[in-house]
Ligand binder design. Structure first.
Ligand code: GLA
Length: 403
């Protein structure tokens, strides 16, 4: 009898730890400290950011994860090997800060690293994975960004799987954000390990970055996402690896950072929505302009990013001063972005005949202008500033049934 009971238990209790399923069914949205604040972070900043995001509508627009990036801890673990928050930056401790965020309807995110030290030189989780996972659970952490500095010869899949198992064993559901910059092509192996994975090196707030594999989101996009390359027709997209619960992450938003024009911020946001990218605000949201806030909280744009079909879009066409980006949505709808990559303002035209794969008659809705602008039976033309974008939703028009 005992043997049968044991056998039944063995069959029903999972023998292996796994990733928490059912999380991040749409790309995670939130705020992360790194892009603007880097090491200069503290508890007041986090509290003020959360308070601002409640007041300015960001929380209600879906930005729910507030993530403290690198440089939050002391430089050494305590005598028992535990991570400790820097009391000068976080005098109330992490549990209290997590409670503060939870009380306001946010989720609490934190950062660690698979190496011996983080990129900023703070203790990493290598060799302390289970201990750190328990610590994070005791603080109420809901999201872990896990970096890749100082990992020496460590194997990425092993390192991230170890942390995944540690989180699962600690029993508090955590969105696991893999940040190894795409080095080992995590899209090929991380579907069952994490909920999102960085596909590139670090983003910078600059449109015209010129060196390949240098930073700058235009370059990142050029390299990573062009499914159709007009020059050689080569298919090198990675969109097919993304979907509900497992997303490609082209890095956090630079929307609203002072080095980008308004047009560039708006284009950046539109393309991230087309890419089903996580939307992690990286600007100081306490000090963004009303125009930028309107972009970041735009319901129609966010609905594209969060579309339940979870299919990542791609760059369909790149020409000298014009790019076309497309994304298939649920209910047979499509999103299209027409980007002016030129240095001057211009009238750009989109002929829907080019988009042969979007079938049937459709109404065209301009997301940023908030109006319907005709059907796909005629070309669409819009005057666009340099680096600005037309962001469109194409809805099928149901013809009345023939009598
Ligand atoms: C790496 C990551 C960044 C950020 C920093 C922190 O560069 O890619 O997103 O987390 O580390 O040091």
């Amino acid at each position: 009898m005992k043997k049968i009971l044991c056998l039944m238990l063995c069959l029903t209790v999972p023998a292996f730890a796994q990733k928490f399923e059912g999380l991040a069914l749409t790309p995670p949205m939130g705020f992360n400290t790194w892009n603007t604040f880097a090491t200069n972070i503290n508890e007041v900043l986090i509290q003020q950011t959360a308070d601002t995001m409640v007041k300015n509508g960001m929380r209600d627009a879906g930005y729910s994860y507030i993530v403290i990036d690198d440089c939050w801890s002391l430089k050494e673990r305590d005598a028992n090997g535990n991570l400790l928050p820097d009391p000068a930056k976080f005098p109330g401790g992490m549990k209290a800060l997590g409670d503060y965020l939870h009380a306001r309807g946010f989720k609490f995110g934190i950062y660690s690293c698979a190496g011996s030290k983080t990129c900023g030189g703070y203790p990493g989780s290598q060799g302390h994975e289970y201990q750190d996972a328990l610590t994070f659970a005791s603080w109420g952490v809901d999201y872990l960004k896990y970096d890749w500095c100082n990992t020496a010869t460590r194997d990425a899949r092993e390192a991230y799987t170890t942390m995944r198992d540690a989180l699962f064993t600690a029993k508090r559901p955590v969105v696991f954000s893999i940040c190894e910059w795409g080095n080992s092509k995590p899209w090929e192996w991380a579907k069952d390990v994490g909920h999102l994975w960085r596909t590139t090196g670090d983003i910078h707030a600059s449109y015209n970055a010129v060196q390949r594999w240098e930073r700058g989101w235009k370059i990142i996009l050029d390299l990573q996402y062009s499914l159709v390359q007009p020059a050689d027709g080569q298919n090198n997209g990675i969109g097919q690896y993304a979907g509900p619960g497992h997303w490609n992450d082209p890095d956090m938003l630079e929307v609203g950072r002072e080095d980008l024009t308004f047009a560039e911020s708006r284009a950046h946001f539109s393309l991230w929505c087309i890419l089903a990218a996580p939307l992690m605000a990286g600007a100081d949201v306490r000090n963004i302009t009303p125009e930028i806030l309107a972009v970041m909280t735009d319901k129609e744009a966010i609905a594209i990013d969060q579309d339940s079909l979870g299919k990542e879009g791609w760059r369909y066409r790149a020409e000298p001063s014009r790019e076309i980006w497309v994304r298939e949505l649920s209910n047979g709808e499509w999103a299209v972005a027409l980007l002016n990559t030129g240095d001057t303002a211009a009238d750009l035209t989109l002929s829907f005949r080019d988009l042969w794969f979007i079938e049937g008659k459709r109404q065209i809705h301009d997301i940023w202008d908030k109006k319907d602008v005709g059907t796909n039976e005629k070309p669409f033309t819009k005057h666009l500033d340099s680096h600005d974008v037309a962001f469109l939703r194409l809805k099928p028009i149901k013809e009345p049934a023939a009598k």
